[in-house]
Design a protein around this ligand. Structure first.
Ligand code: MN
Length: 565
């Protein structure tokens, strides 16, 4: 028998539709039941006065009450922390400019006015234990839009709270570790320099000693000094790179004239080039190019490329520096050498620290850190660095930077400090130098150095307070000040002296193992006349001593003149 169409029989059609409706209702009912019985949410419904009418299994599980214990007995504010409810009432009263009593009103007030309300409060279980919860509250209305009650859906928030707390703690730990790392770098710098200071200082003393050392001793001293200065360079490079990698390096970008930077670099590498008989050529600029960079750090990167081009070159070779604008707005500085060149494999390993490309045994000294540091620095200044090389012909290392239209605000005069008159004959009367230093080896070294100057008398103090005292009573012509001192620091001691009208005119020179560029800058800003780093370089030390004493003499003459007027 052929199957008939349903529309052929209206009675049957009604029966089928009714069955479908029943089925849908059953399914909806089952779904509603499942939602209501969910153990993951507490679902609480109240009447319009706030008395609990429905308390689902989720609420029973979370709060530890049986529905029968709470239905028609309590209102939801009874299972919250009363202090939090009171605080919420106060906050709402302020927000809505009305008075809301602490109690169920504080929970339902917003919802009763049709405002969506989700809040975080602490639930209190039957056994008195507590947990953080997020509660969403909605007003329930009948078909005539009359308020018949409230629906509160709550979720346990303790897991999220715990994760938040853990995250917070982890961040605090990381921050602390970062601070510890900085402090470690700074103190390591100091700790490594102190013994090196003794090694290099006393070796220099022997080198310049009288009677002069025999030729074989001279050679040994030369080796000690060479190794010592190399070790110092190594420490500086490692610390500098560590500083950059820890993200602690702060750059001060400014508009910098490329011609000026080139000029300064040329001066700085002249002696090195001469030593290896290498001709270095720099470009002449028709256009004034400006780049937005940290001046000192750009110079550091360029000097590194130039030094490498001189070091890894053949004796009598050439280094050519060129500037090209291939892409508008960007300038490329190329440093081309006539060295042996680099193979593809070597180039791939080039920008890795401690990788000296097989130069480890013999060959020029270096750590391979300089190039890595240069790369990091250039990238921090939004630039790129790269290399092209042909084995047997030489390499071109280049730096690319963004040009800027900004001009320098202040045209700075050449940074090079006026070289002080070294060993001026007419020094006149006996000068007094006060040295504040807690390290006996350093004190001995400076004593030895100053003993050679018959017209200088040395006073010493081993801590800052004693230093200030001696300065006030003896009025020295200048003061040498260590920074890391027991009691007050050298910086504090210097500030005390500068603020005292009696001693304010005495130039204070820092002599410290804290030799990070940031330390030096901070020291000069704080008011030191000069900042010398340990290990002491005898030549530099003596010329600074001369320059400072010369300054003190002029200063004294000036103030005396003023007094006579
Ligand atoms: Mn010290």
């Amino acid at each position: 028998m052929p199957r008939r169409n349903a529309s052929d029989d209206p009675v049957k059609e009604d029966v089928i539709a009714e069955a479908r409706r029943q089925n849908t209702l059953l399914k909806t009912g089952a779904l509603q039941n499942a939602i209501l019985n969910s153990a993951n949410f507490s679902i609480i419904a109240t009447d319009e006065k706030g008395i609990i009418q429905l308390f689902n299994p989720g609420a029973e599980r979370m709060l530890g009450y049986a529905a029968a214990e709470v239905v028609n007995q309590i209102n939801p504010s009874d299972i919250h922390d009363p202090q939090e409810v009171a605080a919420r009432a106060r906050a709402l009263s302020l927000e809505l400019a009305t008075t809301i009593a602490p109690g169920f009103d504080a929970l339902a007030f917003k919802a009763s006015r049709g405002i969506e309300d989700v809040y975080e409060l602490t639930f209190i279980r039957k056994d008195g234990s507590r947990f953080p919860a997020i509660v969403s509250i909605t007003a329930l209305r009948d078909d005539y839009d009359d308020l018949i009650g409230y629906l509160l859906i709550g979720a346990d928030n303790s897991v999220r709270k715990r994760v938040e707390m853990e995250l917070h703690n982890a961040m605090a730990v990381a921050e602390k570790a970062n601070l510890a790392k900085s402090a470690f770098l700074s103190s390591m710098s100091h700790e490594l320099r102190t013994p090196l200071n003794a090694i290099l200082g006393f070796a220099q003393l022997m080198e310049y000693g009288s009677p002069p050392p025999a030729p074989s001793q001279q050679r040994s001293i030369g080796q000690i000094l060479k190794a010592g200065w190399y070790l110092l360079e190594l420490i500086n490079e490692i610390l500098d790179l560590a500083l950059i990698e820890s993200g602690k390096l702060s750059l001060s970008p400014e508009s910098v004239s490329l011609a000026e930077v080139m000029q300064e670099c040329e001066t700085m590498i002249e002696a090195q080039a001469l030593k290896r008989d290498i001709r270095v050529s720099f470009p002449t600029f028709d256009t004034a190019y400006f780049v937005k960079v940290d001046r000192t750090r750009l110079k550091q990167a360029l000097i590194n490329l130039l030094t490498n081009a001189i070091k890894y070159n053949c004796v009598g070779g050439t280094v050519a520096v060129a500037c090209l604008v291939n892409i508008p707005g960007r300038i490329r500085i190329c440093v081309e050498d006539s060295g042996p060149g680099l193979s593809r494999e070597k180039i791939a390993q080039l920008f890795q620290p401690f990788n000296r490309l097989g130069q480890e045994t013999g060959g020029p000294e270096g750590t391979g850190i300089g190039l890595v540091t240069a790369k990091r620095l250039i990238e921090l200044m939004d630039g790129t660095i790269g290399v092209e090389s042909t084995v047997g012909k030489g390499s071109v290392f280049w730096i690319e930077l963004n040009l800027t239209n900004e001009r320098q605000h202040v045209i700075e005069t050449a940074e090079s400090e006026s070289t002080a008159p070294v060993g001026s004959q007419d020094r006149g009367p006996l000068r007094t130098v006060l040295y504040v230093e807690d390290n006996p080896a350093n004190l001995m070294l400076v004593e030895d150095l100053i003993t050679r100057q018959p017209d200088i008398q040395l006073l010493s103090a081993t801590d800052g307070n004693r230093g200030v005292e001696i300065a006030r009573t003896s009025m020295p012509d200048m003061i040498l000040m260590d920074i890391n001192l027991p009691g007050i620091s050298g910086i504090q001691a210097m500030k005390i002296l500068r603020e005292d009208t009696l001693t304010a005119h005495i130039p204070v020179v820092a002599l410290s193992g804290n030799a990070m560029p940031r330390d030096i800058q901070k020291g000069l800003e704080a008011g030191f006349f000069r900042y010398l780093t340990k290990p002491i370089n005898v030549d530099e030390f003596m010329s600074t001593l001369d320059a400072t004493l010369e300054f003190a003499k002029d200063e004294l003459a000036r103030t005396t003149r003023t007094e006579h007027v």
